[in-house]
Design a protein around this ligand. Structure first.
Ligand code: UDP
Length: 495
């Protein structure tokens, strides 16, 4: 069954995009930005979701409705029970054990029939194009049946997408047994080496291999790739991606720049777990560029010992900070430690946010002068737009590649010095980064040394370039228009 929300029936003219995000914050959030962006440029959008995810998207639905944008949320029932998933487990951040990942992916694939049925009913305004998460390989069948293009979206940048493509299609890791073996990425446009454990695709989940194969097979059949980045940031890598995949690569970002006021920033992804006005007031009271923002995204599960070590490093650095902690019910010992003196000791210069933070709203405030990030691509590009230098603290997946891009290519950040992988669902108990390393990195980044000044200067420069690319007649702006035109023309030619 489907429930339509939003702005009433979609009209008949122009391009109609069907957006199918993976249900994980780091994948869904940029798709909500994409929906807004396409609609602002005149296209119609159907945004596919499920009941639990739709409730998180209530702020987004209200925002697009207020703005009068033709975005329709289409809610499909998620078949948890049929696949042995707990009731309501409709997002990757709700999966409690790695063993359920495959069931979750199978439940996603079972959305094929209801989605197909919904799209077939859209006779007044048939879909022109599906933009779906790369993990939703099964949407390829729908696109072929409807005779429309499927573009993939993985939420990654061009740099890491290229590495992943080379590794998977050349089977680079196949015979490497040692997790610490240094791998040189063959055919990469610049010299790139990293150990196997830090390469994308090395996460092992029993039963996931078959799904990964389907994803890669469908990737070869898709009609193009959407990247949340901009040409001027990583031209060498996006051009190379286009060459090796022989697919059109559409750079349309940074899509987070579609947020122009703090109201829509505050509701992005989820309802904030604190009072936004109070947070802004606190930031307003701080000197420009004086606060360091610490956040590890929506999935990284940092161990209690590591969180304590990080907190002690922040305390020792003596700099003002905002620290987002998601330990919650999972690690009550962290809560105990915070209450047992830490919060009191830092109360004049530290704000702790438990749960969901309005990240973009905070990052883009003038008081923020640095960002300690786990290097998820969304956080990285949001940091680039903020024009602040970063301290890189990758945990898993392509985050180590984003670290390379920031530190070695863009030269807008410095590594905190993570040696090993904190694998999702299989976290190490040991401390990966000491309090001294945190203190030193924060002290250096927020200080007045020459290296820090240069990082800051370059970061500001990229933020200007990002805004230029996204703004009127910029490269991403023009790409969005071309994309809409191309898909609209295809629809008109068929109709
Ligand atoms: N985010 C947020 N508040 C939080 C945590 C995350 O707004 O408390 C947003 C963040 O701005 C980003 C996304 O969630 O847009 C996380 O995506 P990213 O790729 O950085 O990391 P992931 O969560 O996928 O590891």
């Amino acid at each position: 069954m489907t429930f339509d929300h939003g702005n009433g029936p979609i009209g008949s003219a122009g391009a109609h995009f069907v957006l199918v995000p993976m249900m994980a914050q780091g994948h869904t959030i940029p798709m909500t930005d994409m929906a807004r962006l396409l609609a602002e440029h005149g296209a119609q959008v159907s945004f596919i979701t499920t009941p639990v995810n739709a409730s998180r998207l209530a702020g987004f639905a209200a925002d697009v409705e207020t703005a009068g944008l033709p975005v329709q949320l289409v809610e499909l029932r998620f078949p948890t029970g049929e696949f042995g998933l707990p009731d309501g487990c409709e997002n990757i951040d709700m999966i409690e054990s790695k063993g359920l990942v495959v069931s979750f992916m199978e439940a996603c694939a079972a959305l094929r029939e209801p989605l197909m049925a919904h799209l077939r009913q859209q006779q007044r305004s048939p879909p022109s194009c599906i933009i779906s998460d790369m993990m939703h390989w099964w949407t390829g069948d729908i696109a072929r049946e409807l005779g429309i293009p499927r573009l993939t979206f993985s939420g990654c940048c061009g740099f890491s997408s290229l590495v992943r493509y080379i590794i998977s299609h050349n089977k680079v890791l196949e015979n490497v047994t040692d997790e610490n073996e240094l791998i040189t990425i063959p055919g990469f446009p610049t010299q790139l080496e990293l150990i196997k454990a830090k390469c994308p695709g090395s996460l092992f989940i029993p039963g996931f291999e078959k799904i990964r194969e389907k994803m890669y097979e469908e990737e070869l059949r898709c009609d193009g790739v959407i990247i949340n980045s901009f040409e001027e940031l990583e031209t060498l890598y996006t051009e190379s991606l286009e060459q090796v995949t022989r697919k059109k690569v559409w750079t349309v970002g940074p899509m987070c720049l579609c947020h122009r006021d703090s109201n829509t920033m505050a509701t992005r992804g989820n309802k904030a777990s604190m009072d936004e006005a109070q947070c802004l007031q606190w930031l307003d009271s701080m000197k420009p560029g004086s606060v360091i923002f610490v956040s590890f995204g929506s999935l990284a599960s940092t161990t209690p010992q590591q969180l304590v070590e990080l907190g002690l490093g922040l305390e020792a650095s003596n700099k003002p900070f905002i620290w987002v902690i998601k330990a919650g019910g999972k690690f009550p010992e962290v809560e105990e430690w915070l209450a047992d003196g830490f919060e009191e000791r830092v109360k004049d210069r530290g704000m702790i946010i438990r749960g969901w933070a309005p990240q973009v709203m905070i990052l883009w405030h003038q008081a923020i002068g640095g960002f300690v990030t786990h290097c998820g691509w969304n956080s990285t590009i949001e940091g680039i737009c903020a024009g602040v230098p970063m301290i890189t603290w990758p945990h898993f997946a392509e985050q180590f590649l984003n670290e390379k891009l920031v530190v070695d290519v863009l030269k807008t950040g410095l590594e905190v010095g993570v040696k090993g992988v904190t694998q999702w669902g299989n976290e190490q108990q040991e401390v990966m980064v000491t309090r001294d390393a945190v203190e030193k990195a924060v002290y250096t980044l927020m200080g007045e040394g020459e290296a820090a000044q240069e990082l800051r200067m370059r970061a500001k420069d990229y933020a200007i370039k990002a805004r230029r690319a996204f703004g009127e007649e910029g490269s991403s702006y023009n790409n969005v228009r071309l994309l809409i035109q191309e898909m609209g023309n295809k629809t008109n030619a068929c109709g």
